[in-house]
Design a protein around this ligand. Structure first.
Ligand code: ADP
Ligand code: MG
Length: 248
């Protein structure tokens, strides 16, 4: 479904992604695991196309020069220069890090805003699927998003991405700042999306522990470079991973 070949991203002369390659097959949950500043967000922004908008914006205000090299093939088509809005039309939808929601709008309004480009009946159907996935959100549908807990906001942010109608869902650090219990609820929902919603997922994460058991394959990234890859099970057995991420 997705093939990334030798991706390089520079912010001026700083190399954020260095010759990074990966592959995502239809129906998989693929994890990108790396510490802070490893390049996870840069990768997610490259896959979603947000990096193109950033590049244009920086160019316009005479800011830093952003350069992208390499290939991103989506169902065989090179999309490196495709705008994010056109990638959304192809089914590539990103839920950004730190769950940005509209704090002054209610849960329901946020979900409707996410579906502003879609037909009303489609949005209604999508919102009821979101409530099926996250029943807690339905009980809170009239609450202002700014008053939700971190976990509820993350569920809402994922819900908003789902309303857009992804085939390939990109989740940038969806577990950031959540308690282990809430992390588990979010991870379980991601697994259900793959199993019941036939959505392919790429998620990034700092901590391997909550995601390695459920990902089909994982890529370990350090300083913008791929250092290890394998199935979730293989990575869990890997001694380097064990010492770096599990402290054993
Ligand atoms: N807009 C930017 N301008 C300059 N450097 C950036 C920018 N965004 C990210 N970087 C740098 O790129 C590297 C990767 O960052 P990032 O992709 O945000 O990592 P992660 O999401 O894994 O924490 C870091 O060294 C970071 O400082
Ligand atoms: Mg990040």
């Amino acid at each position: 479904m997705l093939v990334v070949k030798n991706l390089m991203v520079f912010f001026e002369n700083a190399l954020a992604l260095n010759d990074f390659s990966m592959e995502v097959r239809e129906g998989e949950i693929v994890g990108v695991i790396g510490s802070n500043s490893a390049g996870k967000t840069t990768l997610m922004n490259s896959l979603s196309g947000l990096i193109i908008d950033m590049r244009v914006k920086e160019l316009r205000k005479g800011g830093e020069r952003i350069t992208v090299y390499g290939e991103i093939l989506y169902n065989g088509e090179d999309i490196v220069e495709v705008k994010p809005s056109d990638r959304v039309k192809k089914g590539i939808v990103l839920s950004r890090e730190r769950h940005p929601v509209f704090p002054e709008s209610s849960v329901l309004e946020n979900l409707k805003i996410a579906g502003y480009l879609k037909k009303r009946e489609e949005v209604r159907g999508a919102i009821s699927s979101v409530f099926e996935l996250f029943p807690a959100l339905e009980d809170l549908k009239n609450r202002k998003a700014g008053f939700l807990s971190g976990g509820e906001q993350q569920m809402l942010a994922i819900g908003m991405a789902l309303v857009v109608g992804p085939r390939l869902l990109l989740l940038d650090e969806p577990l950031l700042g959540l308690s282990p219990l809430v992390q588990k609820a979010v991870v379980d929902a991601i697994v259900r999306l793959r199993d019941e919603g036939s959505i392919t997922v790429v998620l990034s994460e700092q901590f391997a522990r909550p995601v390695l058991p459920v990902i089909d394959r994982g890529y370990i990234i350090e300083n913008g470079m791929l250092t290890l890859t394998g199935s979730g099970a293989e990575l869990m057995e890997n001694p380097e991973i064990k010492s770096a991420y599990f402290g054993v």
